[in-house]
Ligand binder design. Structure first.
Ligand SMILES: [Zn+2]
Length: 490
């Protein structure tokens, strides 16, 4: 990235980094004030309504559900939908703003539009970076096939100039009201983005770029002819456990003869990789440089009955519970070495819907890992009709100051909604979904969702449960939010 910079740009960037107070631009205080006043000139006004390119339709819903891995049948199965709370197919509510996305066409900034006018002004003044930080949906009703939405955007707020981790910039807040073809109000979205100057962040590249903070690789495992099959298995994504060719006994760690029958002819079985946490310890000291602390060390009992010691990744130490379901994944530590380690396993979707009597404040939702594959990040961006390069083109993402492609905010909403729906069941009704984003979701990481019930109450005659939730990746919280769901009575 820095190769593209001129000496002057580098100097500016260094100046910005050393002294965040020097706003690294050419405006005087007076000019800044005038600029801010201009940015705020249209706060409170509303733009021209935008009509969705397509009505709510099954192919876009199916594409969304495939990409998000949301299997709630009320979105795609007419029979299940007929028996459900709406009596017909409905769109996943978190798709609300996907319907009016412009698609893969050049963006035309309408200077009459208060929000796009502000974005254009910020672009012109060097605040070219953009990242969404907050999204709050309120759903008045679920959308049905054939509904044709119109969105009207109001400019709500432009913040003072702020120094953020990403760079110096302004937060711009909008509120969009969605109406159907009959003019009925079906939902609204409060949305906040940060427009920032690329290269003015507090932590450019999160410190990984210069190699100084690169973690040391894990120690190489020692191998011999008795254990080679185990390490070779991990290289190809298999958890292999030694098995006696005489009596079928499974043993771990591998040995050179069977403790059950004494035979010396040993093979292996490829296990399912699923198991439960039998016991664990959390190591704090002494710290070995190759490991992250606190370090979760688990004794994992495989479905096949064998126990092995490994790391439990992708959850905090305080989330460890004896008996929790785990699944193996293979952590590549060297070009030719992978280690089988475990993370919380995804609990299957609840096929029946919770009733309000079955939940209470303090209840915890099961942990749910979401492996952040490039396919997930790219396909969900496109399924939400978000064609911004930073979500699918790594070269462009890096050029725009990011480390890699990253998940878009509609997907963070969609995956949060999927997580809540998988717990509450297919007929729970999502009434609102409020999220705030933290660290980005980059490929090859894993985001683990967790949540808890904070309240149950009557809201307008509907039994309603309030849930707070979080999605944590290896860098910290990616998404934090709350939601209200309507649940049936028993
Ligand atoms: Zn044996």
């Amino acid at each position: 990235m820095s190769d593209d910079m001129t000496g002057e740009q580098k100097q500016k960037r260094e100046a910005g980094r050393d002294d965040p107070g020097s706003m690294s631009d050419d405006m005087t205080g007076e000019q800044k004030e005038a600029f801010l006043a201009e940015l705020r000139r249209q706060v409170g006004s509303t733009g021209t309504p935008t009509t969705a390119r397509d009505p709510v339709n099954q192919p876009m819903i199916r594409h969304w559900c495939d990409a998000m891995d949301d299997a709630n049948p009320i979105y795609t199965d007419p029979d299940a939908a007929r028996r459900g709370p709406h009596g017909e197919i409905t769109a996943p509510p978190a798709m609300l703003n996907a319907w009016t996305m412009v698609g893969n066409v050049p963006r035309v900034n309408d200077p009459q539009d208060p929000a796009s006018g502000v974005y254009a002004m910020l672009d012109e003044h060097g605040y070219a970076g953009v990242v969404a930080t907050n999204s709050e949906h309120v759903y008045h009703r679920y959308l049905r096939l054939g509904d044709h939405l119109t969105g009207t955007v109001k400019l709500v707020e432009v913040s003072d100039e702020k120094q953020t981790a990403l760079g110096i910039g302004h937060f711009v807040t909008t509120e969009t009201e969605y109406h159907d073809q009959h003019g009925h109000h079906v939902g609204s979205m409060f949305f906040r983005i940060l427009k920032f100057r690329p290269g003015t962040g507090r932590s450019t590249g999160s410190g990984d770029g210069d190699g100084a903070n690169q973690p040391q690789p894990r120690p190489r495992p020692s191998r011999n002819q008795d254990t080679d099959f185990f390490w070779q298995g991990s290289r190809v994504g298999e958890l292999r456990i030694q098995q006696c060719l005489g009596c079928g006994h499974l043993q771990h760690p591998p040995g050179n003869r069977c403790p059950a029958c004494g035979a010396t002819e040993m093979g292996y079985r490829v296990t399912s990789g699923r198991g439960t946490l039998y016991s664990y310890v959390v190591a704090h000291h002494p710290r070995v440089p190759s490991f992250d602390y606190p370090l979760n060390i688990g004794l994992v009992e495989l479905e096949e009955g064998v126990r092995l010691i490994s790391n439990v990744t992708d959850c905090r130490s305080d989330q460890l519970k004896v008996g929790m379901p785990l699944e193996v994944w293979h952590m590549q530590t060297h070009e030719d070495v992978s280690l089988p380690v475990f993370r919380p396993a995804r609990v299957p979707r609840n096929p029946t819907t919770l009733t309000i009597n079955e939940v209470g404040a303090g209840d915890e939702l099961p942990l749910c890992p979401i492996p952040l594959t490039p396919t997930l990040i790219v396909s969900t961006a496109i399924a939400s009709r978000d064609y911004q390069e930073v979500h699918h083109d790594r070269d462009m993402a890096i050029r725009k100051g990011s480390e890699d492609i990253f998940m878009n905010i509609l997907t963070s909403s969609g995956l949060s909604a999927r997580y809540l729906g998988d717990w509450a069941g297919p007929n729970a009704i999502l009434k609102n979904l409020r999220i705030r984003l933290g660290v980005p979701n980059y490929p090859y990481d894993c985001m683990t969702m967790s949540g808890s019930v904070t309240a149950t109450q009557e809201v307008d005659g509907v039994a309603t449960v309030t849930v707070s939730f979080q999605g944590l990746n290896s860098r910290g919280p990616h998404v934090t939010g709350t939601a209200e769901l309507g649940l049936p009575r028993p």
